[in-house]
Design a binder for this molecule. Sequence first.
Ligand SMILES: Nc1ncnc2c1ncn2[C@@H]1O[C@H](COP(=O)(O)OP(=O)(O)OP(=O)(O)O)[C@@H](O)[C@H]1O
Ligand SMILES: [Mg+2]
Length: 248
Amino acid sequence: MKLAVAGKGGVGKTSVTAWVGDYLARCGEEVWLVDADTALSLGQALGLAESEIPTPLIQEKELIRERVGEGLIHLNPEVQDLPERLAKQVGNLNLLVMGSIAAAGGGCACTANALLKALLAHLIIQRRQWVVVDLEAGVEHLGRGTVQFVDGLIVVSEPSLRSLQTASRISALARNMGLTRQALLINRATNDFRLPEIEGLPPLAAIIPHLSSLANRQLNSPSVLNLVERDELDHAVGQILAGLGTKN
Ligand SMILES: Nc1ncnc2c1ncn2[C@@H]1O[C@H](COP(=O)(O)OP(=O)(O)OP(=O)(O)O)[C@@H](O)[C@H]1O
Ligand SMILES: [Mg+2]
């Protein structure tokens, strides 16, 4: 199963990607977390030091040229060896740092895109793993290049009108491109949160409150794992997966 996590900037996409991956890995699943954002913060959210984070695949120019070629692009490149070669093992998670898929979708970066596509297709079809992709913030980056990679979308929003409006636009765009399996997650909600009437939002699957332990932790470390609220987070992730109609 391939999932992507989208939403407005700063709503918690990277954290949610880490929480979903961590939950699935503890359930015994083989999980590949893909950082497809230019900010490259997923590694740090998993507890890696900056120096431990691998070079994004889209910057591996030599490798891309070798596998995909130039000019006449090889659309079915050899990728079998790449997951192990490029991934960083973080506990029982596999981190694949790709960089922005959206950027790879246009212009001269289409060779990188061909390699990313083949790699993601290989991961899921040949090997039956879970893939969770942390996307770039906002609506503009959500294009066919992204949507074609995944079969479920987690839309994250804060409990604010602007964030929910962005969530609604992301949802509509993805739906129009055929990605109908979607779940809404409200992050940093207060106890009295009620979802306002906004057209086009995905079905509400889960609500995560403001986590004071995470807020305190962030003063010293960007890691979002092993929080005291882990059971609560596991429950929310279970609700999201159920909302997407997936089971692990
Ligand atoms: N429920 C929560 N309670 C407290 N802090 C949170 C919560 N969710 C996320 N955070 C914190 O908020 C900050 C932003 O979260 P995160 O990086 O996951 O957002 P993002 O959507 O990926 O941001 P960006 O758009 O910049 O990629 C982080 O410091 C994270 O630890
Ligand atoms: Mg992020």
